[in-house]
Every structure is written in structure tokens, then in C-alpha cells.
Design a protein around this ligand. Structure first.
Ligand code: MRU
Length: 370
């Protein structure tokens, strides 16, 4: 994706020092563009936990590079693999909901353990695997864009080329992945093809990933959009102002239940009530192939109440936080919810579009049938 005309991914190796991983510290966006160096497993764990990086795909890619850093720094003796396993556990414990995190750590551990050569060969494998996870993430999102484009094209035709209004929640954009994004990839593909679209961007309290990140990246790409408060979507749908709801997900069960940023479920209910199609876009790394009942089983992260009580903004050239609530009021901060499959029109994956059901998902991924 381009920022002021320069192409960026969200994570990469430092050009002149391959022991350093670089990320965009997203806590400062859209006001400041700051690149951060990650040199240790602790740096990586902090970057994920404190949300310098966030979003399912990028959390997975960062964990992949984290395991490469772990391999570089681990003692080069019989402690090597146990140390890597411990570092993997540390990374997995940073955030519970996005399944890409554990998936990337386990993929690395398996790949490194399978190397029979010496330590150098294992480190080389860790680097190759980190890069493969990142490249695959970008490529899968690009393919999601092409599949999702067909849905937008169909609506555009039905509206005789009139603007297609799409509502999205949180940030499932290129900032949540390595490139392109999941929910945004079809939007970018449609916009680049000259299809008229307009995006309603939910602000996404409490951390405002929609208002801060989705609005910023759509703006960088020239996609028409409007930021709305979280509670507006239902009203817009009742008045025919939303043609499609398109979200990402942090963990979707193979039965089609969609875990995503808190508030997604309410949008799905409103979409269902108003006959608006509700699609979720995801690469296969975001499927949970074990959990059957998402509402009961997907672990829902609860973050600190201060994220609800305080709000961040830009003033006088600085990012500041101000108190929003009575100082003593307790606050609860459930970060995700689960939308049951019956409310999901379809899933857009790198292999195509399927029903949000076991039959639909396993039809696209038959190798996952056991
Ligand atoms: O808490 P975050 O910012 O890591 O949450 C992830 C998200 O941005 C959303 O839930 C997104 O829609 C799915 S992640 C591709």
C-alpha cells in the first residue's frame, strides 16, 4: 500500500541489518507515522500486547518474525529448541482472540524443529518461514480482493452504476495485515476498477481503529468514505443507505461463527433485520479448525477499563489522552464479540466465497475434513 507515494508493508526486515524487524507503530496513526525497531522477543511481545501492531493477519506475521528473532537470540546449544518453545508461549500469551498468533508460532516451531542441519540452518529456516507467512498473508488478501470484487460488482450493476455504500467495522485493512487487508481488499479492487463506492467507517470504540486507521488508509488510497459513530449503522440500514456490510475477523470457526471486534454482532443483527448482506473476509490462517461453537468457545479478550474511560486525540502537535467518564466510575472493556453463522451471508476467502457453515467452509478446504 502506498503512503504519500511510497510503498509500504506493515512489517519488514531492516534494510541494512537483518537482525532487526521494523513495524509501523500504529498507536500514533493517523497523526504521526513512526517506524519502530524490534530486536528482542520482549520487544515483539510488547508490540503485540500493547497494540503497536494489531489485527489478526499482522499479529500472526509479527509472531512469525518474533520467532525468527527468538531463533537468532537463543543459546546455540541443547537449550535452543526449549528456549524457542518458551518464547513461543510468551508470544502466544500476549493476546487471546486472534487465532493467527498461535498458528504462526506453531508453524515456526514445526518448521524449525524439522531442520536436521545445525543452528545456522535452523535460523535460516526461521527467517524463510517468517517471510513466507508475511508473503502468503499479502497474497491471500490480494486474492480475497478479487473474489470480493464480484460481490461489489453485482451490487453496482443492480444499481445501474450508482454508488455502492459499504459499511465496515474496526480496521480489517492493510494495517491489520501485511498488505491489502481482508475487508478492504475488495473495496480497493472495486475502487481501482472504477466502480463507484463509498464506505461508512464505524469509529469502533474504545480504541477507534475505524476512525483512526481505516479512515486514514482509505483516504491514502483515495476511497470516498465517511466516519460514523458506532451506533449509526442501524439507522442507515433502515433508510436504504447501506448496500453491503463487509467486516474482517480475528477468529472464525470452521462452522462459520465470526469472532470480530466488539460491536460487529450488533451490525449483523441490524443487517439481518434490514435484508442487507453481511459478508466477512478472511484468509485461511484466521479459521479455527477445532472450535465448533464460536459464541461459547472463542476466547474474548478483556482489556483495561482505562481504554474506555480515556479517549486519545491530537492537539497542539501532540497525541493526548483525556478523561471521558467520572474518575471513579468502573469501566468494562470486552474487546471482541461473536456473530453466529446464521447472521453471516457468506465468507470471502483466498479460495473463493462460501456459505458461513461447516459444509461451505469444508467445501473450500476439503483437506481440513477429518
Ligand atoms: O484489537 P485489534 O485492533 O487487534 O482488533 C482486530 C481488528 O482490527 C478487527 O477485529 C478486525 O476487524 C479483524 S482483524 C483482521
Amino acid at each position: 500500500m502506498n503512503i504519500d507515494g511510497k510503498h509500504y508493508r506493515t512489517i519488514w526486515l531492516k534494510e541494512d541489518d537483518s537482525s532487526i524487524v521494523q513495524i509501523i507503530d500504529q498507536r500514533h496513526l493517523p497523526h504521526k507515522f513512526i517506524i519502530e525497531n524490534l530486536k528482542s522477543v520482549d520487544d515483539v511481545a510488547r508490540a503485540i500486547k500493547d497494540m503497536h501492531v494489531r489485527g489478526a493477519g499482522l499479529i500472526g506475521a509479527t509472531a512469525g518474525f518474533g520467532m525468527y528473532i527468538a531463533a537468532l537470540n537463543a543459546p546455540k546449544d541443547e537449550i535452543f529448541m526449549p528456549q524457542l518453545a518458551a518464547d513461543g508461549e510468551l508470544l502466544k500469551a500476549t493476546r487471546p482472540t486472534a487465532v493467527n498468533l498461535a498458528w504462526a508460532v506453531d508453524r515456526q516451531l514445526e518448521a524449525i524443529a524439522a531442520v536436521n542441519g545445525g543452528m545456522d540452518a535452523k535460523i535460516t529456516k526461521a527467517l524463510e518461514t517468517a517471510q513466507a507467512i508475511a508473503d502468503e498473508d499479502a497474497d491471500f488478501c490480494r486474492q480475497i480482493g478479487q473474489h470480493g470484487l464480484s460481490i461489489i460488482e453485482k451490487i453496482s450493476k443492480a444499481k445501474n452504476g450508482d454508488v455502492v455504500n459499504i459499511l465496515t467495522h474496526c480496521n480489517a485493512g492493510w494495517l491489520a495485515f501485511v498488505d491489502y487487508g481482508s475487508a478492504t481488499a475488495p473495496m480497493y479492487a472495486a475502487h481501482d476498477k472504477g466502480i463507484k463506492i463509498h464506505i461508512w467507517v464505524d469509529e469502533t470504540r474504545p480504541r477507534n481503529q475505524g476512525a483512526r486507521l481505516t479512515a486514514w488508509e482509505l483516504g491514502q488510497h483515495g476511497v470516498p468514505h465517511t466516519v460514523i459513530a458506532d451506533n449509526v449503522g442501524g439507522h442507515l440500514m433502515q433508510h436504504g443507505l447501506v448496500d453491503l456490510v463487509l467486516t474482517g475477523t480475528d477468529r472464525t470457526t470452521y462452522t462459520g461463527d465470526v469472532g470480530n471486534k466488539i460491536g460487529t454482532y450488533l451490525k449483523a443483527l441490524a443487517a439481518h433485520d434490514n435484508g442487507v448482506p453481511f459478508y466477512t473476509a478472511l484468509p485461511s490462517s484466521t479459521f479455527d479448525w477445532i472450535m465448533h461453537d464460536g459464541v461459547k468457545e472463542v476466547p474474548i479478550e478483556q482489556r483495561g477499563g482505562e481504554e474506555v474511560k480515556y479517549i486519545q486525540g491530537f492537539h497542539d502537535g501532540e497525541i493526548k489522552e483525556v478523561l471521558l467518564t467520572p474518575e471513579d466510575s468502573p469501566a468494562a472493556n470486552y474487546a471482541f464479540d461473536v456473530t453466529p453463522s446464521r447472521l453471516v451471508t457468506g465468507l470471502i476467502t483466498e479460495r473463493g466465497i462460501c456459505d458461513a457453515s461447516e459444509e461451505g467452509v469444508l467445501g473450500l478446504y476439503p483437506e481440513k475434513k477429518n
